[in-house]
Design a protein around this ligand. Sequence first.
Ligand code: PLP
Length: 404
Amino acid sequence: MFKINDNYLKLPGSYLFSTIGKKVAAYTEAHPEKSIIRLGIGDVTQPLAPAIIDTLHSAVDEMANAETFHGYAPDLGYEFLRSAMAKHDYQARGCDISADEVFISDGAKCDSGNIQEIFSVDNKIAVCDPVYPVYVDTNVMAGRTGTYDAEKETWSDVIYMPCTAATNFAPELPKETPDIIYLCFPNNPTGSTITKSQLQEWVDYANKVGAVIIYDAAYEAYISEEDVPHSIYECEGARTCAIELRSFSKNAGFTGVRLGATIIPKDLKCEEVTLHSLWARRHGTKYNGAPYIVQKAGEAVYSEAGKAQLKEQIAYYMKNAKVIYEGLKNAGYTVSGGVNAPYIWLKTPEGMTSWDFFDYLLENANVVGTPGSGFGPSGEGYFRLTAFGSYKNTVAAIERITAL
Ligand code: PLP
């Protein structure tokens, strides 16, 4: 008889957004007349920018001719996109990253979930609390997290780094030494960031203890303040301790198109073995490359027209962020985030848990957000709203919430 990977059975409940989806579906079925505004899941709503659409069209046309048709893409990505990323995302910011250290993929969710495969199951992970759930869940599936304490909602073999109001929602260096540290800035869910000197402390710490940092920079494009690093490679010494994840979802609206990248510097080694060689082997074996047309669209993100159009798109979402932040603040809520990130993190009213507040908003304002506790125990008592809705819906949602 076959056996299953019973680590999957250890996963508590369903994926956060499935639970939210079910609750909203039940409410909509019972109240079909209500118009629901969704500021929950971090999905974008604006159409792809014209420069990207034009490139997609011409790439599709190329596929219609034998001379310009493209079959399997190179496993690690087309040179044109790897070079564009190395040049614009890294070298332009003074980061020493070359095109052959960029691995193109179909998104940061897959990469952040898959990257743990190249590490021993004995490694101990450290995560921020609250945290993007994929980091922990994929380590659970791999059998790296020990046993689950349902009451505390924590895993015995995971180091949790609480990110609370006391530290401006930034993690502190853990007391117990981890092997793999997941960091994400600008942060999902709290919308917080850390300064370059704070990130430098993490890089120095990782190099000192021999840990690797998996740095998720999916929201990098939303940074508006000067002293906030766009890449971990802005820090000295990051080439020997950090992997960076990039996504085209939030900077260019590719959530449904699918494109991302993982950066692994060749100096990042475990004894003599480079993580670069392991990830290249993994990609070569398990992945057949992101589609040509999508990678061409990715290249258009770095064109002059693409850059200008995407700057406007981000400004559009950040205008929503301001509406949410200021609207809630003026109504007496305690709010943070929303300045360098499309997420606003608010404290739930006295006496209400995150899920209480979720139900309260759904039923009384017909607005959907995300309960903070779904991201980890330190998220309890908080709630996340996203700036990814339309401006009209965002304004309406805040009017409804503040009228309660
Ligand atoms: N990383 C973080 C922190 C995210 O919040 C998300 C999506 O919400 C992703 C990665 C997923 O990115 P992608 O769409 O590229 O898979």
